[in-house]
Design a protein around this ligand. Structure first.
Ligand SMILES: Cc1cc2nc3c(=O)[nH]c(=O)nc-3n(C[C@H](O)[C@H](O)[C@H](O)COP(=O)(O)OP(=O)(O)OC[C@H]3O[C@@H](n4cnc5c(N)ncnc54)[C@H](O)[C@@H]3O)c2cc1C
Ligand code: FES
Ligand code: FES
Length: 471
């Protein structure tokens, strides 16, 4: 099931007949013999295969660094793909120079991935700081050099280039002048404009695929036999305020959610939350619809959206839509209220107002870049010390992402104090049915959920509670 895909690879326009489920990394290494991006984990975990993807939006090319080992060729259509071969000429570029100066590469296997993620960082931002630059490479793993020299190289870079001009053209000129990107980047917007208008596939013509960050990990070979519907396209991701609701398109990526000024207005702790969810390499491609429909009992965004009281909009081939409350969407393990000809187009939740607070907790074997043993989210409205309205959810404690109705019923109208929260913690544990697996025993997960319920309240209302009584 091959299809023609047109895109720009470094400086060259490519028209290739390929299976759209093929991983970009395989195309680059096996068909184009471009061996700069490396294959290691092939699951999006290590960043050795990272390449830049540029998408044209309103005349500007927006770049991100992605794990090409799980990036489907179908999503490459109309985009600019940049490998390490396209970032450097005869001389070392700015980022490579700093890596070499600090001896931040030993075997060099991971280095092209680091260069890709840091190039994306310089292209995306206008102010460069140690903390944000280090966060940008949090999805890249080095097995031999050790991180001290990589960190030194990064610190030197951001000391050398502290900021770039805010306007698009001046910024690109500046990055070219600094040898962060090559000169040909200046022609890419116009060149992409000429190929990006190609008609997309019909919405519901096959198995929907968003970023592919679940599908290409789960069964990459079987996927090649399927008819796929690539509809997550550049102009589709949006976050909007509509009267008293917030509306996200299904194609909104985790990163777009966190970057949205609307989300940042209502969720002051969104950066802390996002740090617990995947790496930038994944967050930039993983869609919210994909998280919901993948139906993992520990899907982080699903847990967040459950607590926020979300409903989802499903659209069929005839463009008919229906709304389903997210908490009613899951009928059993991977058994969903969605038919084969429906796609998830929007997610809608009430706009926070008044005394609103939100918190997300995730416990995993390591703090970052790991799957949760148990996760939980709370969205709460209070009047003084009284709970007026609350949404509470938990993952990893049932066959489905779980809303906690009994705990919610108990808490509504109650005063926040040690006794109430201790009781809520007990009720939460009684309404879940975890199983023992590699992420912990059933007893451990129940106890963990109890602690997470307490942690929500301790974090949001520390002045009303005594940690030593609760924990
Ligand atoms: C290294 C790595 C780390 C990860 N870390 C996390 C993490 O910390 N937290 C977390 O929650 N997840 C994590 N994930 C899982 C994954 O990234 C998310 O579940 C993501 O939201 C999937 O979105 P996608 O667009 O890539 O889905 P895809 O793989 O494209 O699709 C997933 C499923 O959703 C369906 N689908 C997609 N879009 C639609 C639609 N609009 N309508 C109907 N069906 C649709 C597909 O048919 C498929 O069944 C991680 C994955 C990787 C590889
Ligand atoms: S090979 Fe490890 S992220 Fe792609
Ligand atoms: S330099 Fe060898 S893995 Fe990083």
């Amino acid at each position: 099931m091959e299809t023609q895909i047109t895109f720009i690879l470094n400086e060259e326009t490519i028209k290739a007949k390929v299976n759209p489920a093929k991983a970009l990394l395989d195309f680059l290494r096996k068909e184009k013999k471009m061996t700069g991006p490396k294959e290691v984990c092939k699951e999006g975990d290590c960043g050795a295969c990272a390449v830049l993807i540029g998408e044209l939006k309103n005349g500007t090319v927006h770049y991100k660094s992605v794990a090409s080992c799980i990036y489907p060729m179908g999503n490459v259509e109309g985009k600019h793909v940049v490998t390490i071969e396209g970032l450097t000429d005869k001389e070392l570029n700015f980022i490579q120079y700093h890596f070499a100066k600090e001896e931040a590469a030993q075997c060099g296997f991971c280095t092209p991935g680091y260069i890709s993620s840091l190039t994306s960082y310089f292209l995306k931002n206008s102010e460069y700081k140690e903390e944000t630059a280090i966060a940008a490479i949090s999805g890249n793993i080095c097995r031999c050099t050790g991180y001290a020299s990589i960190k030194r190289a990064v610190v030197n870079m951001v000391n050398d280039v502290k900021q770039s001009p805010p306007t698009v053209k001046e910024k690109l000129d500046f990055l070219v002048e600094k040898k962060i990107v090559p000169e040909y980047f200046k022609e890419i917007p116009q060149r992409l404009g000429m190929i990006a208008s190609k008609k997309r596939q019909d919405l519901n013509s096959g198995l929907p695929i968003g970023g592919g960050s679940d599908l290409l990990v789960q069964a990459p070979e079987k996927l090649k036999e399927k008819d796929l519907s690539f509809f997550a396209k550049t102009d589709k991701g949006y976050v909007e305020e509509r009267e008293d609701e917030i509306v996200l398109s299904g194609e909104t990526t985790f990163e777009e959610f966190g970057e949205s000024s609307i989300i940042r207005k209502y969720f002051s702790n969104i950066d802390e939350t996002l740090k617990l969810i995947a790496s930038p390499l994944i967050r930039d491609v993983a869609t919210i619809a994909g998280n919901i429909v993948n139906a993992s009992p520990i899907g982080d965004f699903t847990i967040i959206l459950l607590a926020l009281g979300s409903r989802i909009v499903l659209q069929n081939k005839n463009n008919e839509t229906r709304n389903v409350l997210l908490r009613d969407f899951y009928k059993g393990y991977k058994n969903l209220d969605i038919s084969k000809d429906e796609i998830l187009t929007e997610i809608i939740f009430p706009k926070p107002a008044g005394n609103f607070a939100f918190n997300f907790e995730k416990v995993s074997k390591r703090t970052h870049l790991d799957i949760a043993s148990v996760n939980s989210a709370i969205a709460i409205y209070t009047n003084g010390e009284t709970i007026e309205n609350i949404g509470l959810s938990a993952g990893g404690v049932a066959p489905v992402p779980k809303y906690l109705p009994e705990t919610v019923n108990y808490l509504e109208g109650k005063e926040i104090n040690d006794e109430t929260i201790s009781e809520a913690s007990e009720i939460a544990q009684s309404e879940v049915t975890p199983i023992s697996d590699v992420r912990g025993s059933a007893e451990y997960k129940k106890a963990l959920l109890g602690r997470l319920v307490e942690a929500h309240f301790l974090k949001l209302f520390p002045h009303l509670l005594k940690a030593e009584v609760l924990l």
